[in-house]
Design a protein around this ligand. Structure first.
Ligand SMILES: Nc1ncnc2c1ncn2[C@@H]1O[C@H](COP(=O)(O)OP(=O)(O)OP(=O)(O)O)[C@@H](O)[C@H]1O
Length: 339
């Protein structure tokens, strides 16, 4: 795996080490009340992110990545409910805003590019009209000219011709549609941008272009970016930090280099060693067992039935999040003495 680009990430991490975070998520809890029972999809998730930093969010399907994004946006719908926690963007506690305040904060403070956004563009409305609608629903009092200028700026920022303003979604390639979604996401210059699997369903060349676009707009806005995805190679090459989720908890947060060269949590270790390399051609090294149902989570550490290092304590006691020297976070009893 090519970690060359993480040298930039390391210097950004070093620069960010002294910076105060633009995003602070603290003890976020979300439960879905289903006919089959209560599913705790987020179980006390906490992390911070500085301006200009990119964090990749990985984890098996159903581990809670999209729920985390939706909870940060306060967009959880029934049967889900946010049951605790806080999300600060800059000095604003999003949980303390009334509905109108939160509506304004979306897109201007924190923007979310949902999974499959590029397939949700309205097929019968020109791109420009969709951009104008997005601005008007989150910002009032701006003149038509200023709104148009804003759209042109956003399109140029994602390397699209301003002529795209007058086009329909079906006239654009997949990569162009994804860039339109990013352009809509940055219209109000948000401090935090969350992109949920922005490169899935795109070919590798277009994936790279989309990632370069995200990089470019991030440089321009100095936003913090969270990228949800499954592609560990792409994470290694483009992110500064990686956060690993398992059964609704963040089990590890580390720099890309730390994560790929020295993962600490047994689940992260299994995830990294399951990646194909030239040395293990033809051999698939999966993680034994299945991800647990959130309706019937194992006692103690939810990973313990699959963990080669599980102890009696793992089976009975939920691990706390340890902050290791250097700032990486690991929720595993093995590190209880080191923090
Ligand atoms: N609308 C819903 N109703 C009931 N349960 C839900 C709902 N949405 C999510 N869940 C539960 O929350 C868990 C987390 O779902 P989420 O979509 O956040 O996972 P994810 O990690 O984003 O998965 P993926 O990688 O497949 O997108 C799921 O396992 C599911 O049990």
């Amino acid at each position: 795996m090519n970690l060359a680009t993480t040298e930039n990430a390391s210097s950004r991490n070093a620069a960010a080490a002294g910076a105060s975070p633009i995003l602070r998520v603290q003890d976020l809890v979300v439960t879905y009340y289903t006919d089959l029972g209560r599913a705790r999809a987020l179980d006390g998730v906490s992390f911070t992110l500085e301006a200009g930093m990119k964090m990749g969010m990985v984890g098996e399907s159903g581990s809670g990545k999209s729920t985390l994004a939706l909870a940060m946006m306060r967009m959880i719908k029934p049967p889900g409910r946010i049951e605790g926690g806080h999300v600060w963007v800059g000095g604003t506690d999003l949980q303390s805003l009334d509905d109108e305040g939160m509506r304004k904060a979306r897109l201007s403070k924190i923007a979310y590019i949902p999974q499959g956004a590029m397939n949700s563009l309205n097929p019968v409305t020109r791109i420009g009209e969709q951009m104008v609608d997005a601005i008007k629903s989150h910002l009032s009092g701006e003149s038509r000219q200023a709104i148009n200028d804003r759209c042109v700026w956003a399109l140029k920022s994602v390397d699209l011709d301003p002529g795209v303003f007058h086009m329909y979604a079906h006239e654009l390639s997949g990569g162009m549609k994804q860039r339109v979604c990013i352009a809509i996401g940055i219209l109000l210059r948000p401090e935090v941008i969350i992109a949920d699997e922005p490169t899935s369903a795109l070919d590798v060349v277009t994936q790279r272009q989309v990632m370069e676009t995200i990089d470019k707009v991030q440089d321009e806005l100095n936003s913090a970016v969270i990228l949800i995805g499954h592609d560990m190679g792409l994470m290694a090459q483009t992110m500064d930090r990686v956060a690993v989720m398992y059964a609704g908890r963040l089990v590890e947060v580390a720099t890309v280099r730390e994560m790929f060269t020295d993962p600490k949590h047994p689940y992260s270790q299994a995830l990294i060693s399951s990646l194909p390399t030239l040395d293990n051609r033809g051999q698939f090294k999966g993680i034994p067992g299945l991800a647990p149902s959130l309706l019937r989570l194992p006692s103690g550490c939810a990973f313990h039935p699959r963990c080669p290092l599980a102890s009696d304590r793992s089976r009975s006691e939920k691990p706390k999040v340890n902050v290791l020297p250097g700032g990486r976070l690991v929720a595993c009893h093995i590190y209880d003495q080191e923090s």
